[in-house]
Every structure is written in C-alpha cells, then in structure tokens.
Design a protein around this ligand. Structure first.
Ligand code: NAP
Length: 247
C-alpha cells in the first residue's frame, strides 16, 4: 500500500504509547495514514511526537482511558473523519482461578472488551465504506493456564469481532481481529531473561514476536485494498498455535 493510496485516511489507535500499539501507529503513519495515538499513559505525547517527526506530521496524541465512555465518544466525534479504528489497549495479569475474583474479571473486561465495544460503536457511526476496525485479541483465546479472566476477555473479543463484522459488512466496513502469540513488549517486563529465552525456544520459529510482526498484519487489514476479509481472527504467533507432534 503506497502512502498516496492511504493519504487523507485517519486512524485511531488505543494503547499506542508503547508496544504493539506504538509499532502499529508507526507503521500506519509510514503508510500515509494520519494517526491519532491514544493511551492512558502520558508517554503517548512523546510517542506521537516521535512519529510525527519521522513521518511529516502524520501523528497526534490524545490521553484516553478506554473505560471512559464519554471521553471515547467525544474523541471520535471530534475528529474530522475516522477510517480505521485499532482497538489495541489491553491489560494482562497472572492469577490462578482459585484466587480470581469477580472484580478481577470486571476490570479485565472493562478494558479489554467494553472499551473496545464503545470505540468500535462510535467509530462505526462515523465510518463510510472502506472503514476498517481491527481488534487485538490474543492467541490465549484458544485457552491458557493461570489467567482465565484474560483468556475469557480475549475470547469475547473474537465473538465481538465476528458479530460486528456481520452487522457492518453491508456498509462496507470490515472488522477483523489479530491474535498475537508472545510478543516482546513491556507487557512482559516481569519476565527474566532466562524465562524469555525459554519462551523463545518453544516457539516454532525460534524467537519471540516483535511488535512490528503485529503492526504489519494490522496495516494489511486496515488497508482499503484489503476488501474481502471480514470477521476473521488472524493468528500471528510464529506457529505456536499449531501445537506440533513429537515422537
Ligand atoms: P503494553 O506494552 O502493556 O501496552 C499496552 C498499552 O495500553 C499501555 O500503554 C497501557 O498503558 C495501555 N492501557 C492500559 N490500560 C488502558 C486503558 N484503560 N485505556 C487506555 N490505554 C490503556 O502491551 P502490548 O504487549 O503492546 O499489548 C497490546 C495488546 O496486545 C493488548 O491488548 C494485549 O492483550 C495484546 N497482546 C499482547 C501480547 C504480548 O505478548 N505482548 C500477546 C497477545 C496479545 P499503561 O502504561 O498505563 O499500562
């Protein structure tokens, strides 16, 4: 996709101060899209300024907590147009089911799912044909141990994506999800170097994912020339979900 084909399009990316969201904003701006980086994290201003410097002003920052429905609505309503909505903001933590509380579930759902729904709804109202919504799920939606609240929230992201895709397809708005495997971002900050190396060694491709691996797929799905794919969950996980047979 050339910058010219994407010129004039506006994308909103949540959780864009760092990690996958930042890499996605960088990639979309490089493709010629004007990107609105949003995050609760104050570093979002620096992040947008860095992209803007490299990409001829094609980035701006807004502080946004995706749990704040009124702020989400106001942000979307205040933009001149919305062509691409990337729902990336998310949290993760590890807790065995016996220790999980309903409050843990509600917090996870409020950020990983409900905020996504509010922004997708607001963006869909503003989008014309060629609108694109890309939701960041996780390979964990297939099932994982010690974070049932996260797994459930990401499985719900998949359900939301499929439902929205069916509703919005007649208007030419396509909705897909990207399900990353283990991607080396600050979300893994608590992992030791040994743990990271061990994790890398069990990936079929022999390495952890990079934020750019996800950004590339998001940019593909966000492009107006990708116009026959909707309601899909694209696993970008170095082959980890294949399982693989030994012996
Ligand atoms: P990250 O480095 O932690 O970045 C997430 C960003 O979202 C942070 O800047 C965070 O701000 C922000 N955020 C948290 N709560 C928010 C809220 N209420 N409103 C707005 N922004 C909020 O994480 P990442 O690894 O890039 O992950 C991005 C997405 O990919 C998430 O949805 C995650 O579940 C998904 N994912 C990641 C991996 C992985 O291995 N990295 C794998 C599968 C799926 P703070 O600085 O305040 O926390």
């Amino acid at each position: 996709m050339t910058g010219q084909q994407q010129a004039g399009r506006i994308a909103v990316v949540t959780g864009a101060a760092r990690g996958i969201g930042f890499a996605t904003a960088q990639r979309l701006a490089a493709d010629g899209v004007h990107v609105v980086l949003t995050d609760v994290d104050g570093h979002v201003e620096e992040a947008a300024a860095a992209i803007s410097r490299d990409q001829g002003g094609r980035a701006e920052a807004r502080r946004l907590d995706v749990r704040d429905e009124a702020a989400c609505e106001a942000l979307i309503a205040g933009l001149p147009r919305v062509d691409v909505m990337v729902n990336n903001a998310g949290i993760f933590d590890v807790k065995r089911t016996e220790d999980l509380t309903p409050e843990d579930f509600r917090r996870m759902y409020d950020i990983n799912l409900v905020g996504m729904f509010v922004l997708a709804r607001a963006a869909a109202r503003r989008m014309s044909a060629s609108g694109r919504i890309v939701n960041i799920a996780s390979r964990a939606y297939l099932g994982a141990v010690d974070y049932a609240h996260y797994v459930a929230s990401k499985a719900a992201v998949v359900g939301l994506t499929r439902a929205l895709a069916l509703e919005l397809a007649p208007r030419g708005i396509l909705v897909n999800a990207v399900a990353p495997g283990v991607i080396d971002t600050p979300i893994l900050a608590a992992w030791s170097d040994e743990a990271r190396a061990r994790l890398a060694s069990v990936q079929p491709v022999g390495r952890l994912g990079r934020p750019e691996d996800i950004a590339n797929m998001v940019a593909f799905l966000a492009s107006p020339t990708t116009d026959f794919i909707t309601g899909q969950v694209i696993l970008v996980d170095g082959g980890r979900s294949l399982g693989g047979l030994t012996g």
